[in-house]
Design a protein around this ligand. Structure first.
Ligand code: PEP
Ligand code: MG
Length: 756
């Protein structure tokens, strides 16, 4: 049995000294492999680096033929080295040449060596290279040696990531870590953005890798773990914690991991091998990631996210590192990359510098996507594993239209997108030229196009798009950006400003729709299992009349004698609408008594977004001045699929027969009662879906400002009657196995309709 000299701690100390020496990169690597060979009593030590073309290039060796350095390569999966890189697992053999994967490279003279130990060099769970030791004599390297090699590999990984190896690697190649990568996700908003990555939750950079004093490092780890446990417990016990059950569940999982003996044991073991406490966290997390990344089970992948978060939390405690880049201060053309974030978190950033956002999770109707849209950001979701592959400052391109993200794009990709941006600028100019044209179909149907809005900043866009007004002003956005409940004068000021910018164009102010994923950090509320169906929106408003009254008062006062439109969200039963109307009437009376001006005309509308209301339209509609369909919630509740969870929501086409029938039911009922009906869910802003809505008789569509141009272009080129007939027939009689989507796609093709 061969044992190492002095153990890994001695080796790590030697490595640190070598790294501090003023050596050229190749010399340093040569010295490092010699030190490892000597310390492990190995005849050979070789270090391979994974290139961007998928080849593992021999970068340094002690023991193999020197001429083979930078000459010998193995493909991923080829030979023992390729196998280790592909599987991201150590491999220990006592007779390497007899292993079926052994690939003989004559130039290396490798066939004389029997004992073999190779370990992957990992960073963020991704293979960057392979480190190998070999001996002439047959013997098997044991657990201690594997552990020592893995520890050494952690240091080498950091070297690859931070050193300039470009002058060593074969000309024209790069190391794999900086390879351009493409992610196919889901489009949240159209458009193209070129910029640089800002990680929403930046990784902690570990600089101190090697322990000066092992006992001291163990104490640091213990106290770091304790601090982290205490903070998790405090978050769980905190009465103010938001009721989102997801949040709680994640914290419970953190607590479980933080107390997991296996995890703590592995961390301690890494310190015993000479790593600092923070390097030990990184090392253990690397192995765990590598193992979990190869799992396809979504549950395990979710747990990986939890573990990543926990490891990051612990690293922050240990390094005392806050966020590397303070929120809000951003470089120009910043593109936020995150696993996920809430709408309020997005609103915290400086909007003037932000161009786009990329998430690993999220659904197109999640509120963070809606807020991104209302801020005019290009956004893509479900770009899997992008967070671990990018660094703040990396170049990035988001193609929101195709749902594609290019990380570190090659110059030709970049050029292609620069050209595309030019084309889309031309298209925008074309849409701008349409803004003053009346929005009427070729066969004379008037289609009213409106904005969805929520911030004063996006209102001036009404002039650019030529929209007829604001069909949905989400008043909760003001509450979500604030650090405390906005008071009456602040609310009033916002509404007055919105009305002033809109001028003669109407603005439909929706009463506060908080709860669900629209979380107000400062509002205390009890924990709920199912917040989307919980204490939210008008339910909360009626239960906390102070909040509702203040908002209604602010709206009435802001109107200052002008007409006012108020929309009631999440009406489930007519009585909720009637109760809200009573609050409005009381506030009008109050104004009157005080001799203040009341709105010249007040219209109160109801959102139709809870399925039960569909079967109570004959009670609701005679009472309402107008209605607006919220397809985001309506479809979520009709299909029992969480709008923010793409795993389920993408399975159900919102314009499939059952959903479109439900929407038509509301449209027809509104016509019978002769009251205006608008669609203000995300469906209205997508050309094909908007066509489906027009085909069932909807003539008022409210959408993100960027959608007005493409929808208007379609309207202007549309003969509506024939498509109304075929969709009508399909809804009544079924469509012979053809979906509504297919039917519309076919129609768009045969009519040559411009659908962007
Ligand atoms: C909807 O549910 O479709 C809607 C417009 O409201 P929100 O997206 O704000 O819930
Ligand atoms: Mg809604």
């Amino acid at each position: 049995m061969v044992t190492s000299i002095g153990g890994p701690r001695v080796l790590l100390r030697q490595l640190r000294e070598t790294m501090a020496e003023p050596l050229a990169s190749q010399e340093r690597l040569d010295k490092i492999v010699s030190l490892i060979a000597e310390n492990m009593r190995a005849d050979v030590c070789s270090f391979y680096v994974l290139r961007d073309d998928g080849a593992l290039e021999l970068f340094a060796t002690k023991g193999l033929a020197k001429e083979s350095v930078h000459m010998t390569t193995l493909r991923l999966g080829e030979g023992l080295v390729g196998l280790i890189a592909a599987e991201a697992e150590p491999l220990s053999l006592d007779d390497a040449p007899s292993h079926p994967a052994f690939a003989y490279r004559p130039e290396t003279g490798e066939d004389r060596y029997f004992a073999f130990l190779g370990v992957p060099v990992l960073r963020a769970g991704q293979t960057l290279g392979v480190l190998v030791v070999q001996n002439v004599e047959r013997h098997k390297y044991g657990e201690d040696e594997i552990e020592a090699m893995l520890t050494t590999a952690t240091i080498l990984a950091e070297m690859i990531a931070t050193s300039d190896f470009d002058n060593l690697i074969k000309p024209g190649s790069d190391i794999d870590l900086r390879r351009p990568r493409m992610y196919t996700g889901v489009s949240f908003t159209d458009g193209i953005a070129l910029g640089s990555v800002v990680l929403h939750d930046p990784r902690v950079v570990v600089t101190n890798f090697i322990a000066e004093d092992t006992e001291q490092e163990k104490l640091r780890l213990e106290s770091g773990l304790e601090k982290m446990r205490v903070s998790i417990d405090a978050m769980l016990d905190h009465g103010d914690m938001q009721p989102s059950s997801d949040h709680r569940e994640i914290l419970e999982t953190y607590r479980m991991f933080a107390n997991d003996r296996g995890w703590v044991h592995r961390l301690t073991e890494a310190i015993d091998n000479g790593l600092s406490a923070e390097a030990a966290v990184e090392r253990v997390q690397n192995d765990t990631r590598a193992r979990m990344l190869r799992q396809t089970d979504p549950y395990i992948r979710d747990r990986l996210h939890d573990l990543d978060d926990l490891a990051n939390r612990l690293l922050r405690v240990l390094t005392g590192d806050g966020h590397a880049l303070g929120r809000k201060e951003l470089p120009e053309n910043a593109i936020l990359v995150a696993r996920n974030m809430g709408p309020a978190e997005l609103l915290e950033y400086d909007r003037t510098k932000l161009r786009g956002i990329v998430l690993e999770e999220g659904g197109a109707t999640a509120h963070v996507a809606i807020v991104a849209r209302s801020l005019g950001l290009v956004a893509v979701g479900q770009a899997q594993s992008i967070v671990s592959m990018c660094e703040t400052g990396d170049e990035i391109i988001i193609d929101g239209t195709a749902g594609i993200v290019h990380l570190r794009p090659t110059p030709d990709i970049e050029q292609a997108y620069v050209d595309k941006v030019r084309v889309s600028a031309r298209r925008r100019a074309h849409y701008a030229a349409l803004k003053d044209k009346p929005s009427i179909t070729k066969d004379g149907v008037d289609i009213t196009l409106l904005h969805n809005s929520g911030l004063v900043a996006d209102l001036p866009m009404l002039d650019d798009t030529g929209a007829s007004g604001v069909g949905l002003f989400r008043t909760e956005l003001q509450f979500m950006i604030a650090s405390r409940l906005p008071r009456l004068p602040e609310q009033m000021e916002l509404y007055a400003e919105a009305m002033a910018i809109a001028g003669d164009r109407p603005v439909v102010f929706r009463l506060l729709d908080i709860g669900g994923d629209k979380v107000l950090p400062y509002l205390r509320s009890a924990q709920e299992e199912n917040p989307a169906m919980g204490y939210r929106s008008i339910r909360l408003g009626l239960d906390r009349p102070g909040l509702l009254r203040t908002q209604i008062r602010a709206l009435l006062m802001a109107a200052n004698g002008r007409p006012l439109k108020i929309l009631v969200p999440m009406v489930t039963e007519t009585f909720e609408f009637l109760q809200t109307r009573m609050v409005v009437q009381k506030e009008i009376e109050r104004l009157r008594r005080a001799g203040k001006p009341t709105p010249s005309r007040l219209e109160l509308g109801a959102m139709v977004e809870v399925p039960s209301l569909l079967f109570e339209l004959d009670q609701l509609l005679p009472e309402a001045d107008f209605v607006s369909i919220g397809s985001n919630d309506l479809v979520q509740f009709l299909t029992a699929s969480d709008r923010a969870n793409p795993r389920v929501s993408k399975n159900y086409d919102p314009i499939a027969l059952p959903r479109l029938r439900a929407i038509r039911m509301v449209v027809e009922a509104a016509k019978r009662y002769n009251i205006p009906i608008t669609m203000c869910g995300e469906l209205a802003g997508k050309p094909l879906e908007a066509l489906a809505l027009m085909a069932i008789g909807m003539t008022r569509l409210s959408m993100g400002p960027a959608s007005i141009g493409p929808i208007k272009e379609m309207v202007l080129n549309l003969d509506l009657k024939p498509i109304q007939q075929s969709v009508g027939a399909a809804l009544s009689e079924g469509a012979d196995g053809v979906t509504i989507r297919q039917l519309l796609q076919e129609w768009i093709k045969t009519q040559g309709l411009p659908v962007a």
